[in-house]
Ligand binder design. Structure first.
Ligand code: LRH
Ligand code: MN
Ligand code: MN
Length: 389
């Protein structure tokens, strides 16, 4: 085994891909939410399903919550339940997009009373982080406008900055605020945090505990996401990822399914700088919905897709790449990258799983476990993921 392969295995063994609790609930589009049998009825069961993904991949040791979709009376009990299942509660995602009050926005709303309500929700999310031991608060705002003149673009930025400042001040020493941007939807003329530049500008003003999140589905078609990764890394402002795939918009399909080469290019930028591991300060999360495929298996496949892209990125011959780049050897440099991308890393991952005491084929092992049949029999009336419930 080459040194590079051995090193790759070490990094892969430590890799963590956080799962979204909402991936396990029923979901769909605005046209139809499809009810699957056996889906979780409460956050405790969502954690149980997420633990299955970790059991067969060994690479998904934390689960993100979405509040209030995952509201419970006792978050300490939920965290203890997670620990008992061998996982932990990760990022807390806020939700200021589902109340009627938020029709014209939340933290950017022209009415101070609505902004106050949204701010109180964000502060409550930090309370929950205290109870669960979570490090990260992930903020995504549906705020924006649909029509020119509807509201002042600049004033809305001021309102946003004011709320972010208050929430930032509430964070504990080891807590962070991750600001997620999105180009479009649900607003179509302006989003108040449409791109990485806007998120970066706010995070820079706030301070070191504020970082940008890249959701891979939140860009214009053709955007070079790995360029954004490189820039944010360089500035020390890359807080994490919401991984998913898209063909057209914010499709929330399984990561690495629509464009595995893009995922590889992103992971290459991260591997180059040695920040793939869980101690990098970059939260690697999935943000997906499984509308027509089974959810637990969909999450297992997604984790495997990230592992495969990561393995390929770790196999890039960085010495040869640097030499070709320095020599201005355009085709040579490109060939080094493509060699790694075209490597079949599945045998390497099978070896890794054997070393970790895992089954070689997580999909088959989960299918053979009988868990899917058991939850179908045991659970009646599962929860919708959140939207369109
Ligand atoms: C918005 C988003 C954001 C939300 C999640 C459910 O499109 O990506 O991260 O919290 O979807
Ligand atoms: Mn997201
Ligand atoms: Mn999204």
């Amino acid at each position: 085994m080459s040194d590079r392969t051995a090193q790759a295995k070490q990094v892969l063994a430590a890799q963590n891909i956080e799962l979204p609790s909402w991936a396990f609930g029923n979901s769909g589009t605005r046209f139809k939410v499809f009810a699957q049998q056996g889906v979780p009825r409460d956050p405790f069961e969502k954690l149980a399903d997420a633990a299955q993904v970790n059991q067969y991949t060994g690479a998904a040791r934390s689960v993100a919550l979405h509040i209030p979709w995952d509201k419970v009376d006792d978050y300490g009990a939920l965290a203890a339940h997670a620990a008992g299942l061998g996982v932990q509660i990760g990022t807390i995602n806020s939700n200021t997009f589902q109340d009627d009050d938020y029709m014209l926005g939340s933290v950017c709303h022209p009415d101070p009373a609505v902004r106050r309500k949204a701010t109180e929700h964000l502060l409550e999310c930090v309370d929950i982080m205290d109870a669960t031991g979570s490090r990260d608060l992930k903020l995504w705002f549906a705020d924006g406008t649909n029509y020119p003149g509807q509201d002042s673009i600049a004033d809305r930025q001021d309102r946003l900055a004011e709320v972010l400042t208050e929430v930032y001040a509430r964070l504990g020493d080891h807590q962070r605020l991750l600001l997620e941007y999105k180009l479009f939807e649900p607003s179509f003329y302006t989003m108040d945090v449409p791109d990485w530049g806007t998120a970066y500008a706010h995070c820079l003003k706030l301070g070191p505990k504020a970082q940008v999140v890249i959701d891979t589905g939140h860009h214009a078609p053709g955007t070079n996401i790995e360029f954004i990764v490189a820039i944010l890394l360089r500035e020390g402002k890359l807080g994490g990822f919401d991984f998913n795939s898209r063909f057209y918009a914010d499709d929330d399909l399984m990561v690495g399914s629509a464009d595995p080469f893009q995922l590889f290019r992103i992971m290459h930028e991260l591997a180059l700088r040695g920040v793939v591991g869980p101690d990098s300060g970059i939260a690697y999360m999935l943000d997906q919905c499984h509308n027509i495929e089974p959810k637990i298996a969909g999450q297992i496949r997604s984790v495997m897709n990230v592992q495969e892209a990561t393995a390929k990125a770790l196999l890039v011959d960085t010495d040869a790449l640097a030499a070709a780049q320095a020599a201005g050897d355009v085709l040579g440099a490109n060939a080094v990258l493509m060699d790694a991308y075209n490597t079949d890393v599945r045998p390497l991952l099978v070896e890794l799983r054997a070393e970790q005491g895992l089954d070689a084929d997580p999909m088959a092992a989960y299918a053979a476990s009988g868990y899917a049949e058991k939850i179908k029999a045991d659970r009646q009336g599962g929860q919708a993921a959140g939207w369109g419930a």
